[in-house]
Ligand binder design. Structure first.
Ligand code: ADP
Ligand code: MG
Length: 139
């Protein structure tokens, strides 16, 4: 059965552009419940671990620099079919491929600075939430 939990973060480009509120409103209007929320900042080490799956890709170092360049808004969200429904709400990785009305189509400025993260599996949602929230905060 598909899980009810996903992890997201509003990325530094969208936070610094003042789009956090508009993005959170879209998330709530799409039926997601925010069970935990925190404005924080990644350092290089945390960014590197969070995106470890991309180590070795040409964009990895730039991605770690960008993700630690300013504050992010971390959230744990719940909804039926959370992971897939949230990926639909945010749209494709490259904003030029993102469907109309998706968060990335509306707010992303490039394939790197693409406004928002969304977990890609139930398993990764719990692992990623664990980077930012204690077990007590998660439930
Ligand atoms: P998604 O965030 O849609 O799951 P990926 O997991 O493939 O996408 O990549 C993680 C993040 O790395 C992307 O959200 C984006 O910020 C960055 N990224 C991915 N592909 C590229 C690329 N070709 N060039 C620059 N940055 C990229
Ligand atoms: Mg991904």
């Amino acid at each position: 059965m598909k899980g009810r939990t996903t992890y997201t973060m509003i990325k530094p480009d969208a936070v610094s552009a003042g789009n956090s509120g508009a993005i959170i409103k879209m998330i709530e209007e799409a039926g997601f419940n925010i069970v935990a929320i925190k404005k924080t900042r990644l350092n290089q080490e945390v960014a590197g671990k969070f995106y470890a799956v991309h180590r070795g890709r040409p964009f990895y170092q730039d991605l770690c620099n960008y993700m630690s360049s300013g504050p992010i808004v971390a959230m744990i969200l719940t909804k039926d079919n959370a992971v897939d429904d949230f990926r639909t709400l945010i749209g494709a990785t490259n904003p030029s491929d993102a469907a109309a009305g998706t968060i990335r189509q509306l707010f992303a400025t490039s394939i790197e600075a693409n406004a928002i993260h969304g977990s890609d599996s139930d398993e990764n949602a719990l692992i990623e939430a664990g980077f930012f929230f204690s077990e007590l905060e998660r439930y």
